[in-house]
Write a protein that binds this ligand. Structure first.
Ligand code: GDP
Length: 307
């Protein structure tokens, strides 16, 4: 992931690295190239503008150019701004107990409901199973999964099959039940059987439409979710960000899951998401296998982009 962007930025920043002296014009020239690299990575234009402005201001506004290794300092400024753009705090120490809204918040009265929303084909059902597994491995919590997708034939069976593959329980299927009723039954079952977490895989659609939004709202008001995660396909670039924006206006999203990051050499969706939607990316899907999921750490991702 990020291969193209990483190569372009690397080549630009390598020219600055190790330089004993830098002029303002050198920084401006480098930023012109960074700008092109970000645009080619399909990062949203306002995000690119803000990024370049912030870096330029810090790099030429302070004593950076007179410092001992100005090139290194400019690279650090670029790195810090990447971390901020991705939703992180560059000053925070790795693993420090600072409020980190990229993490799942599951410390509520059980069952903590995690509602998964998104368009059809985004990877929502796969991500539901991946996250249930992640919660068991990383949080030591037991999850029950339920599919509320009554629109797509076999959607509920698909989740049951994934559940078997990762050894996560799924709610027994009762044909003919409506989404809100399934959600209620799932909450009852999770309470009775002492599950810590309830994952609700909601119905997808081909496009954002009002019927879908109304269904999401009805489920959310019934299930009072601790997390509402929107699943979007990173390969769709700025479209992924636009989908996120339209969901944000309708349902109380707490975060985003970006799938198919394994195939995304550009990275535009990842870089634009936080700034455009105000929502943190919580997970990255990195393959079809059910363990191909990474918690999204802005610092690590920024490090990966800069190589
Ligand atoms: P849904 O319609 O949103 O529920 O989508 P599915 O969960 O059925 O996923 C659609 C396809 O995308 C399946 O073939 C998944 O294996 C695949 N998929 C999901 N997430 C990822 C990912 O992170 N990387 C890759 N390469 N494929 C994925």
């Amino acid at each position: 992931m990020f291969d193209n962007l990483s190569d372009r930025l690397g080549a630009t920043l390598d020219k600055l690295r190790g330089r004993g002296a830098l002029k303002e014009q050198d920084v401006r020239d480098a930023m012109r190239e960074v700008r092109i690299a970000l645009l080619e990575a399909d990062v949203a234009l306002p995000v690119v503008r803000r990024f370049i402005e912030a870096v330029t201001e810090r790099a030429i506004g302070q004593d950076v150019l007179r410092a001992v290794s100005p090139g290194q300092q400019v690279i650090k400024i670029v790195n810090d701004e990447l971390v901020r753009t991705l939703g992180g705090d560059p000053e925070a120490e790795e693993g420090a107990p600072t409020p980190d809204d990229n993490q799942l918040k599951l410390d509520v009265k059980p069952p903590a409901v995690v509602m998964m929303v998104g368009l059809q084909g985004s990877g929502k059902t796969t991500s539901t199973a991946k996250i249930a597994r992640f919660i068991r491995e990383k949080h030591g919590k037991k999850a029950l999964m339920a599919s509320l997708d009554v629109a797509r034939p076999a959607a509920q069976e698909q989740l049951a099959i994934l559940g078997q593959q990762v050894d996560i329980a799924t709610l027994p299927i009762v044909p003919g039940q409506q989404p809100v009723d399934i959600a209620r039954r799932a909450m009852e079952a999770a309470k009775l059987q002492n599950f810590d977490v309830l994952m609700l895989d909601t119905a997808g659609r081909l496009h954002v439409d009002q019927a879908l939004m109304d269904e999401m709202k009805a489920v959310a008001s019934t299930a009072d979710p601790a997390e509402v995660l929107l699943v979007v396909d990173s390969l769709t670039g700025q479209d992924a960000v636009n989908v996120a924006k339209s969901f944000t206006d309708e349902v109380p999203l707490t975060g985003v899951v970006l799938t198919r990051m394994d195939g995304d050499a550009r990275g535009g969706a990842a870089l634009s998401m936080r700034a455009v939607t105000g929502k943190p990316i919580k997970f990255a899907g990195t393959g079809e296998k059910l363990d191909a999921l990474e918690a999204f750490h802005p610092k690590r991702v920024a490090g990966r982009i800069l190589g």
